[in-house]
Ligand binder design. Structure first.
Ligand code: TXA
Ligand code: MG
Length: 354
């Protein structure tokens, strides 16, 4: 299969988006930008499209997809209308008023319209209304319901640029809509509204405190940050090693001088063993490290910059064939929680305190 690439920086590139919409409506796959990461889209109501998504990503088929919509009212087709679920829909409406369109995904009981192929066999459905203008126009052109996981091969860092989509998906999907670099850089926050109190299954740009302002009580799945919680994460996708670069990655936490001293020692050892080394650190600390490749995530207190740069850095370290990677730990409050969660998964939970 040839993968066609179209450049679409504006939502009103109608001809290009109409073509992409036709591909989706006829069961094909189109990758597209969202405000979080690039998604790999298929018609969410067509079981064959969902099967194709799993095949293109090499993703286990028990790992459900997020259904993307472009207007709030379209949620009613996806969610069970049974009276006992009314409260959940009311909570969804409140969250939508506060955070949609935007980087928040809600889990709700699914209706008959959503095929089990899309939900990985679950009786719940994940729904998101993104804010990216091109994404919204594409979803409308596709008929309103687009299932889209991140557009990476399963286990690799999510793509923040179209060229990373192509690295993973060339020849496997029909089209890539190139809308430039994404804004946030980490996947959406996932909140499960089928439980009381609501529970965050994946941290993201919309933080626990922001959700609490709307819902009152909200908890975070303990397995998300603590590998020793003894529980499997509740979002099936969070249990897999993920976002991982090819190099062997370790996170080092502690006071900055001790961290750089420790990492530099380890780098000397790795170098002596003939390995290419890399670090992922704050801009302020860049000079303190002696690795072959030093990557800055931006200033220490700039979580937005770190979120935007992290996956790109992980892919660049691969491109530069770095074999041993050390990363500074992040504050795990606010957006830092989402960044630390992705770093821990990229490092296979390998963290050292110095
Ligand atoms: O920002 C995002 O959410 C991006 C863009 C493209 O929208 N999409 C994305 O999709 O990150 P994906 O498939 O890479 O991650 C979806 C996560 C997986 O961990 C999956 O297990 C979980 O959501 N999930 C989906 N449906 C679920 C459900 N019904 N119950 C629990 N977890 C669910
Ligand atoms: Mg993903």
């Amino acid at each position: 299969m040839d993968t066609k690439v179209i450049i679409c920086m504006e939502e009103d590139d109608k001809a290009a988006l109409a073509e992409a919409g036709r591909i989706l409506q006829s069961g094909g796959l189109v990758a597209f930008p969202t405000e979080t990461v690039y998604g790999l889209g298929g018609d969410a109501l067509n079981p064959d499209s969902s099967r194709k998504i799993y095949a293109a990503k090499g993703r286990p088929s028990d790992n459900p997809l997020i259904v993307h919509i472009c207007r709030f009212e379209d949620i009613y087709k996806l969610v069970s209308a049974l009276p006992e679920h009314e409260g959940k829909l009311a909570a969804a409406k409140k969250l939508a008023d506060a955070f949609w369109p935007g980087p928040l995904t809600m889990i709700l009981p699914k209706s008959e319209a959503v095929p089990l192929e899309t939900t990985g066999g679950l009786d719940t459905v994940a729904v998101r209304l993104p804010s990216h203008k091109t994404a919204l126009a594409l979803i409308a052109a596709a008929g309103g319901y687009v299932a889209a996981p991140s557009a990476n091969t399963s286990g690799r860092p999510s793509p923040t640029l179209a060229k990373y989509v192509l690295d993973d998906m060339q020849g496997r999907i029909d089209m890539v809509v190139d809308g430039g670099e994404v804004g946030i850089g980490l996947e959406s926050t996932i909140v499960d509204l089928t439980v009381e109190p609501a529970e965050i299954l994946r941290p993201g740009y919309v933080t626990e405190d922001m959700l609490k302002e709307v819902l009152g009580r909200v908890e975070t799945d303990r397995a998300v940050l603590d590998e020793n919680s003894g529980q499997a994460p509740k979002a099936p996708g969070m249990k897999y090693r993920h976002y991982a670069p090819r190099g062997e990655m370790t996170i080092v936490s502690g006071e900055p001088d001790r961290v750089s001293a420790y990492v530099n020692d380890q780098i000397e050892l790795a170098r002596a063993a003939g390995k290419k080394t890399g670090v992922i650190v704050a801009e302020e600390a860049l000079q303190d490290y002696h690795a072959d490749v030093c990557k800055s995530v931006g200033s220490r207190n700039d979580g937005l910059s770190a979120a935007r740069r992290l996956y790109r850095i992980l892919r660049e370290l691969d491109e530069e064939a770095v074999e041993i990677i050390y990363a500074e730990a992040f504050e795990s409050a606010g957006l830092g929680q989402a960044i630390m969660n992705r770093l821990l998964k990229a490092a296979g939970h390998h963290i050292i305190k110095v």
